[in-house]
Ligand binder design. Structure first.
Ligand code: ADQ
Length: 465
C-alpha cells in the first residue's frame, strides 16, 4: 500500500482539528484520521529569520510536517496572490481582484521552496495529493525536481469561467501548471467544464471524453468529486448535544422563538451582508415574525490581514447595529452576531436547535455547513435549509429551498416559507437531503478520488509496460 502525502496551505494539528473553522482543515483532518500518512504545509507562523527548516510531529498514524514563512513571502504568496488575486477571481468577485507581479512571483517562489522541502521526504511509492488554489504550481515544482510519483490536485473552490480567468495576467502559465498532475479534481461539473473550456481556448490544449486532457507535453485527467462530511459522526454529535449545557442555554434564551442560524468563516464570498438585509426584509414584509424569530450568525474572523476582510468586518458590525436598532424591543433583538469558533459538538447542537439553516454564499466550491445542518436535524422534527443556488452543495441538496443570494427579498421569502412549512413537507425534504449526505460522505469523496488517482497510476504502468 502506498503512503499518502497530503499537501495543503495550512496544516491543522489534531489538537486544533476539533475547533478550526475552515472546510479544508475539517475535511483533511477527517480524511487523515482514517487513513494515516503525512500532512505537509505552512505552520501558520511567520518568521523573518525563518530558515525554512521543517518541523516534524507525530500523532497516532499521521506525521505532520510544517514550515514557517518569511514576512515577505506571507505578504506576496498568502495575502497578495492566493487571497488577493485567486480567491476573489475564483469566487467571481471581479471588483475585488488585485494583481501585482511581485505577488505572483512570491506565489511561485513559495511553491518552489515548499516543493524543495518536501521532495527529499518523498519515497518511491508515495502518492501525493495537493490541495487548493494556494498550491496550483506545487506539482510542477515537484516535477522540475525529478519527482515522478503520482501527484493529484483537488480544488476546493469553484474554477472560474474562462472569460474571467482570461482577465488574470499570465493565466496561461497558471493553467499550464495543472499539467503536472495526474488527476485534477473539482467540486462540480460546472467547474470541470470551465477548466476544460480554458484549457481549449486559452492554451490550445486538448480535452477528450472521460476527462483526459493534454496540456503541452503532458497528459492528465480531470473529474468531479463533490466533497462530503462525516455524516454519521456529525448526526451523533447533534443527538448527543441536543440537551447539552450550551444548547439548553441557547434554547432558554430564545423563550420559544424560532432560531435561524448562519455559520461561516467571515468572508465576503459567504454573502453575510445580504443575509442581514434579508432579515430586515423579512421583518419589514412579514411583521408577524417580529419578536418571534431570532437570527444567530456565527462568523469567526479569517484572513484578518487582508484589507477587504477588515472592511467587511466594519460593514457587518454597522449592519447588525442598523437592523437591531430598527427592530429590537426591550426584551428582544433580532440579530445575534458572534465572531468566534465553536467546537463541532457545540455547533451540531446549535444546528439541531435551529428551525432554519441559512446558507447563502454568493459563490462556494461546496459549502460543508449546508451538509452539517442537514446531518444535525432531528428526523421527527427537522428544520429547513435555505441554500444559495451558487453553492456547489445546491447540485446535491435539491430539496433545500434554493435562493438567489444576491436577492434579499428572495431569501426573506424562503425564510418565511420555511417558518410556515408543514411538518410533513419538512420531513420529506429533509429525508431526501439526508439520503444524499449519507450516500456521499467525506469517506466516499476521499476513496473515490484516491481510487481514480491509483487508476491513473495503473494506466501509466500499463502504458510503459
Ligand atoms: P470554507 O470556505 O471554509 O471551505 P465550508 O465548506 O462551509 O467553507 O466549511 C467551513 C467549515 O468550518 C465547516 O465544517 C464549519 O462547520 C466550520 N466552521 C465554520 N464556522 C465555524 C465556527 N464558528 N466554529 C467552528 N467551526 C466553524 C472551503 C471551500 C468550500 C468547501 C470546503 C471543503 O470554500 O466551498 O466546501 O473548502 O472543500
Amino acid at each position: 500500500m502506498s503512503r499518502l502525502i497530503i499537501v495543503s496551505n495550512r496544516v491543522a494539528y489534531p489538537s486544533e482539528g476539533g475547533v478550526r473553522a475552515g472546510g479544508l482543515a475539517v475535511a483533511m483532518y477527517e480524511a487523515l484520521d482514517h487513513y494515516g500518512g503525512l500532512w505537509f504545509g505552512w505552520s501558520g507562523q511567520t518568521k523573518d529569520d525563518a530558515t525554512m527548516e521543517p518541523r516534524i510531529a507525530e500523532s497516532s498514524n499521521v506525521t505532520y510536517v510544517t514550515v514557517d514563512l518569511k514576512t515577505e513571502d506571507y505578504q506576496d504568496y498568502y495575502i497578495g496572490y492566493a487571497n488577493g488575486t485567486l480567491w476573489p477571481l475564483f469566487h467571481n468577485q471581479i471588483g475585488l481582484i488585485k494583481f501585482s507581479r511581485a505577488a505572483f512571483d512570491g506565489y511561485l517562489r513559495v511553491n518552489a521552496r515548499m516543493a524543495a522541502l518536501l521532495a527529499p521526504m518523498i519515497g518511491p511509492d508515495d502518492v501525493i495529493w495537493v490541495h487548493d488554489y494556494h498550491l496550483i504550481p506545487f506539482g510542477d515544482e515537484l516535477r522540475k525536481l525529478g519527482i515522478n510519483n503520482q501527484i493529484g490536485f483537488f480544488l476546493h473552490t469553484p474554477f472560474p469561467p474562462r472569460q474571467l480567468l482570461e482577465t488574470l495576467p499570465r493565466h496561461a502559465l497558471l493553467l499550464h501548471s495543472f499539467a503536472a498532475y495526474d488527476l485534477v479534481g473539482f467540486q462540480t461539473e460546472e467547474s470541470l467544464h470551465a477548466f476544460q473550456d480554458s484549457v481549449i481556448e486559452l492554451t490550445r490544449g486538448r480535452c477528450y471524453g472521460g476527462g483526459a486532457f493534454v496540456l503541452g507535453e503532458r497528459r492528465g485527467n480531470a473529474a468531479v468529486f463533490p466533497i462530503g462530511i462525516d455524516t454519521e459522526r456529525f448526526a451523533k454529535y447533534a443527538r448527543r448535544t441536543a440537551r447539552s449545557r450550551h444548547t439548553t442555554r441557547l434554547k432558554e434564551s430564545l423563550s420559544g422563538r424560532a432560531l435561524i442560524i448562519g455559520v461561516d468563516r467571515l468572508d465576503y464570498s459567504k454573502g453575510i451582508p445580504n443575509r442581514f438585509e434579508a432579515i430586515d426584509a423579512l421583518l419589514t414584509d412579514h411583521p408577524e415574525h417580529r419578536n418571534q424569530v431570532s437570527f444567530l450568525q456565527i462568523a469567526p474572523h479569517s484572513r484578518s490581514d487582508v484589507a477587504e476582510y477588515k472592511a467587511l468586518r466594519r460593514d457587518l458590525e454597522a449592519a447588525v447595529g442598523a437592523v437591531n436598532g430598527k427592530f429590537a424591543e426591550y426584551d428582544w433583538t433580532p440579530l445575534r452576531y458572534i465572531n468566534r469558533a465553536f467546537s463541532r459538538l457545540v455547533l451540531a447542537g446549535f444546528f439541531r436547535a435551529a428551525r432554519i439553516g441559512l446558507v447563502t454564499p454568493l459563490r462556494d466550491g461546496m459549502n460543508l455547513v449546508a451538509k452539517e445542518y442537514v446531518a444535525a436535524q432531528d428526523p421527527e422534527d427537522p428544520g429547513v435549509l435555505v441554500l444559495s443556488r451558487f453553492a456547489g452543495a445546491a447540485n446535491e441538496l435539491k430539496a433545500a429551498l434554493l435562493v438567489n443570494p444576491y436577492d434579499a427579498d428572495d431569501i426573506a421569502s424562503a425564510i418565511h416559507r420555511g417558518l410556515r412549512m408543514s411538518l410533513d413537507e419538512r420531513q420529506m425534504r429533509w429525508r431526501h437531503m439526508m439520503d444524499v449526505v449519507s450516500d456521499n460522505t467525506v469517506t466516499t469523496w476521499r476513496e473515490s478520488y484516491l481510487c481514480s488517482l491509483y487508476e491513473t497510476q495503473l494506466e501509466r504502468v500499463a502504458a510503459v509496460g
